[in-house]
Structure formats: C-alpha cells, structure tokens
Design a protein around this ligand. Structure first.
Ligand SMILES: NC(=O)C1=CN([C@@H]2O[C@H](COP(=O)(O)OP(=O)(O)OC[C@H]3O[C@@H](n4cnc5c(N)ncnc54)[C@H](OP(=O)(O)O)[C@@H]3O)[C@@H](O)[C@H]2O)[C@@H](O)CC1
Ligand SMILES: Nc1ncnc2c1ncn2[C@@H]1O[C@H](COP(=O)(O)OP(=O)(O)O)[C@@H](O)[C@H]1O
Ligand SMILES: [K+]
Length: 510
C-alpha cells in the first residue's frame, strides 16, 4: 500500500504519532497556540451544531486537553451560554498555550466537586486526552462516577477521559460521551471497543495541521475504506472468460455441510469464475443436490487427502478455502490438518477459517511452518486464543497489537474478527474495520466472509487487500440486509452492494 495522498483520510494516528504530527506542524510554522485555539473552536462548532443553548459545565484537566477546555468555555460564554468551569490542576504546570487560555477565561474557576453537576445539562469533558497514563483517581474519578449515575449528556474533547486513544481500552471508569470531537485524524481507540462505544458520535475536525506532516511519519494503521483498495478491485474484463476470474476450491466437511456451501456460494457471488467444492464421499450427495453453479468433486474415504491433492493438481485452481464445517471430531481433526497442509504446500492463495485453525490448537507451529504462500487466516477471538495462546485477551496487549503480532508470528494475513475486525499483515500494516452492523453476529456469517475472501483471491487480489475488501463488503451487505439478517442473505444481497460500490468509485465503468 503506497502512502498516496488519496489514502491519507483513512490513516489512523496513535497518541505518539499525533504528537509527532503536532510537532511537525509547529516546525512547519503553525503555532501551538493557534492549534489549541482551533481545537477549542471546532469543539464549540460541534456542540452548537448538536445542542441548543443550555447550562454547561466544562471539566478541565491538568494538561493540554484541559487547555482546550478553557478555550471552549470562553467561546461558549461569549455566545451567551451559561458556563461554569472546574479545573483539576495548577496553572503553574500548564503548558504555555494552556496557561494563555486559562488567563483568557473570564469566568470563575471552581475546584472539582460533584455538586457542580446539579444544574448542569451538558458536560464538556476536557479532563484527559492523549496524555492519559493511568486510571482516573480521586476527584476526577468521583466526578466521572457522578456523571455516569446522573446520565448527564457529555461532549468529550479528543477522547472520553479514561479511554486510551491508541488502543480503545478503558483505563478504569469512563463516562460515555454522546459526542466526541477529535482533531486532524481519527485514532485507533475511536474505532476499537470499548472506546468506539464510549465515544458516541465521532467528529473529526481540521485544526490547521498541514496534510504534508503525514509525509514525515511512517504510518501503518488505517480505517477500512475502499480508498485503500478500490483501484485494485478485480472487475471482470470486457473481453474476459471465466478462467480469467480464477477457480476457487472449497473443502467441505462431512457433517456441517451448510458452512462450506455458504463459503462456496459467497465465492461465486463475489466473482470467482469457477468454484469447486471438494466433498468427502459420505456427504457428496448432499452437496451435489444442494449446489448448482458450484461444482462438486468427490473425495474417496480411503484417500481423501490424496484426492484433495488431485483436485489441486490442476494449476487453474488458484485459491483454496479450508475450515468452514471441515470437522474436528476424532479422526476429522487429523483429516482437517492434512487437508490444510495439502492446501498450503501448493503455495497458492489460501484462506483458513474455523476448524482449519482449531485443528492446530495443540500444535500451531506446524501450521505456521506450513505457510509458504499467500495465506489469510480469519479467527474469531475463540479461535485466535487457541492458535495464539500467548497473545490471548487475558494478556495486556490490545487487539491491534495482538493481530499485528499474530500476523508476524504466523506469516499470514490475520483477520481478527468481531465488531471491530482488525486485518493485519505480516509486515506490520493494519486496517481496522468500522462498518459492520451487530446483525452480522449470527451463525454462518463468518463462512460467508471466508467465501468473499477466497473469491477475491481467486481473482488475483493480493491477500491484504482481498481481506480488507471482503470485510468491508461483508459489513456493507450486513447494513443492506439489516435487522432479521441470516447468513444465507449475505451472498445474495452482494450484487446490490457491489453495484453501489461500482457506481460510486467507477462511475464510467461498464
Ligand atoms: N495536535 C495536537 O496534538 C493537539 C492536542 N491538543 C490537545 O492536547 C491533548 C493532549 O494533551 P497532553 O499531552 O497535555 O495530555 P492530557 O491528556 O491533557 O493529560 C496530560 C496530563 O494529565 C496527567 N495525567 C495523566 N493521567 C492522569 C491521571 N490518571 N490522573 C491525573 N493526572 C493524569 C499528566 O500527568 P503525568 O502523567 O505526566 O503525571 C499530564 O499532566 C489532546 O488530547 C488534545 O485535547 C490540542 O490542544 C490541539 C493540538
Ligand atoms: N457485534 C458485531 N458487530 C459487527 N460484526 C460482527 C459482530 N459480531 C460478529 N461480527 C462479524 O460476524 C462474523 C462472524 O463470524 P464467525 O464468528 O466466524 O461466525 P460463524 O462461525 O458462525 O460463521 C465475523 O465477520 C464478525 O466480524
Ligand atoms: K477528554
């Protein structure tokens, strides 16, 4: 992925990177004073946009987040809003800019006391932003406790105080905001749970930091957006035929046959020229009766993995998916492992999902050693914990770092699924997905995702983009179907989503 200008809007900045962007802006001649003034001003714009005039309490912390709060308080006061301000810190330790806006504030400065909430209709949370280093304590904690109990609407500056902007973790107690206004670019913590939910509506505002400062940063984190991959999206060639669109092979298990059928249908829907489902002989009739456009290959009981090798002998079979319904009970687990290793050894693009991952729970290294070509693994948190026990959720690492480390450790693109799916490449690049609705939390929707990915791989999209595009389209289809969604709906609503995507990004394409 090149750092082209077009991709900049989906960059996400960690606290450290935001600090560097800030410094680079100052080096480029923008004054830190102007940045703080602009930050306060855009918060006021967002507040006025959302709420009518009402009595406001601005809670200012000891750092620059608190400095922003002083700017907000003064602006609101000047336009006639009833404003009170409480300050948790000392002007002596304020930065020059924050001290300047402290002096400019024309009202009273109260100390933190929960009594101040009595007549308050809106709180501006300017306690802590990017500089938060430990959970809130003492008066700040008491205040947050009372804000939560009284359910007073909150507008947070940069992040709700207590949320780590880089990881989305809540460092202790946090008052959820209805509106969060952040500056220049989103931060990963605005998209990762629980941060995403605690932010409420998120507004990203320009405060005068020049876009060019991004050139000086080595950025590796993006929000998923077609901006990142639409130029590579594999539309059919006008003069093409089906073999130009790839041939995906999906392994089907013996018992839960629906899973791999969903995968195969989804691979066809997203445009694979051909899809073959390779099924054990015992279940072959089920597959052969249920599938029409998808071809069904028969694997003899005595030599299943050899038969699978035979299917893969055809060099046109260029992408493989193993996992959905593959089977883990007793002997099935050994068979699933063999099928996975047979797929990987071909060096062809492979998607490993569900049972293909769990089958290696006792020996993940054998799986990682087998990865010699392009590979995408799509674990949910449970599968992830089995495969990467040292990185599981009970450890301190955040979702972004866990996915990144897992990709590095395994050599595969790792799609760590959930409401905030993270797509990580072994070279450190990471994409956070943000468009998926909760309705996708239904049996079989992961099987569909595996099908979308293998279908895009078959059409030649590189694994990181294929995973990102599939996850985004999966989210869009989820939104298109909406409430009442079942997994079966997803592939069949894809054409509508694809045509909207095509019209928007390729308005002149036939
Ligand atoms: N482009 C930009 O970047 C711009 C950034 N801007 C704004 O600056 C904000 C970042 O400011 P910041 O770096 O001063 O950090 P901030 O969040 O105010 O807190 C740091 C202070 O809190 C303290 N402290 C930490 N945790 C604590 C705790 N639990 N309990 C008590 N104290 C605690 C910490 O003390 P320490 O941990 O060092 O002891 C330190 O004194 C950013 O979010 C945005 O709003 C804008 O002005 C415009 C341009
Ligand atoms: N709360 C949620 N919001 C958005 N997407 C979700 C949510 N929960 C799950 N998903 C998505 O739904 C899919 C579920 O996949 P998975 O857990 O493998 O289910 P299955 O094995 O039943 O197919 C994943 O793509 C995941 O990211
Ligand atoms: K804040």
């Amino acid at each position: 992925m090149e750092h082209t200008h077009k991709q900049y809007s989906s960059f996400l900045l960690t606290a450290n990177e935001m600090g560097k962007a800030d410094q680079a802006a100052v080096m480029a001649g923008v004054s830190a004073m102007d940045l703080m003034a602009a930050a306060g001003k855009v918060v006021v714009d967002a507040v006025v946009n959302r709420w009518s005039k009402r009595s406001v309490l601005v809670l200012c912390g000891p750092g620059n987040n608190g400095g922003d709060g002083f700017v907000v308080a003064q602006h609101l006061r000047l336009i006639g809003w009833p404003v009170r301000l409480a300050f948790l810190g000392s002007v002596d330790t304020f930065s020059t800019e924050a001290a300047h806006f402290y002096q400019a504030w024309q009202g009273e400065v109260d100390t933190f006391s929960t009594d101040l909430l009595d007549q308050t209709e809106l709180v501006i949370d300017a306690m802590f932003g990017a500089g938060l280093s430990r959970p809130l304590e003492g008066k700040a904690r008491d205040m947050v406790d009372a804000m939560i109990a009284r359910k007073i609407p909150v507008c947070a500056i940069d992040v709700p105080s207590g949320v780590d902007g880089t990881t989305g973790a809540a460092l202790g107690l946090v008052a959820p905001a209805e509106l969060t206004v952040t500056f220049f670019r989103k931060k990963p913590g605005h998209l990762l749970f629980p941060g995403r939910e605690l932010c409420g509506e998120l507004v990203v505002a320009d405060i005068g930091i020049p876009e060019a400062v991004l050139d000086e940063l080595t950025l590796q984190t993006w929000e998923n957006s077609p901006e990142l991959w639409y130029e590579n999206y594999p539309w059919p060639r006008l003069d093409g035929h089906k073999f130009h669109r790839g041939h995906a092979v999906v392994y089907g298990g013996e018992t839960l046959t629906g899973a791999s059928r969903l995968t195969a249908r989804s691979a066809m829907r997203i445009g694979a020229g051909l899809v073959t489902l390779a099924a054990p002989i015992k279940a072959w009739t089920v597959y052969a009766t249920a599938l029409t456009g998808v071809m069904v290959a028969k694997l003899e009981l005595s030599q299943e993995s050899e038969d699978f090798d035979m299917v893969l002998l055809d060099p046109r079979h260029n992408a493989i998916a193993v996992g959905p319904g593959a089977g883990l009970a007793g002997f099935e687990s050994i068979r699933t492992r063999k099928i996975v290793l047979a797929a990987l050894v071909t060096g062809r693009a492979t998607v490993l999902d569900a049972d293909a991952l769990s089958a290696f729970a006792s020996d993940p290294q054998t799986l990682f050693d087998g990865i010699v070509g392009p590979c995408v693994m799509t674990p949910h948190e449970g599968e992830f914990a089995r495969l990467f026990p040292s990185l599981n959720q009970s450890h301190a690492e955040d979702k972004l770092s866990r996915a990144r480390l897992a990709a590095k450790q395994s050599g595969a693109v790792v799609v760590l699924k959930g409401a905030d799916t993270v797509i990580a490449s072994p070279n450190g690049r990471v994409i956070i997905n943000s468009n998926a609705p909760a309705e996708l939390a239904t049996g079989g929707s992961g099987d569909v995702l595996a099908g979308f990915i293998v279908g895009l791989l078959a059409q030649g999209l590189e694994p990181f983009y294929a995973a990102a595009a599939a996850v985004w389209l999966h989210g869009e289809v989820g939104n298109e179907v909406g409430v009442g969604l079942i997994a079966e709906d997803l592939p069949d609503h894809l054409p509508k989503v694809l045509s909207v995507f095509k019209r928007q990004y390729f308005p002149t394409k036939k």
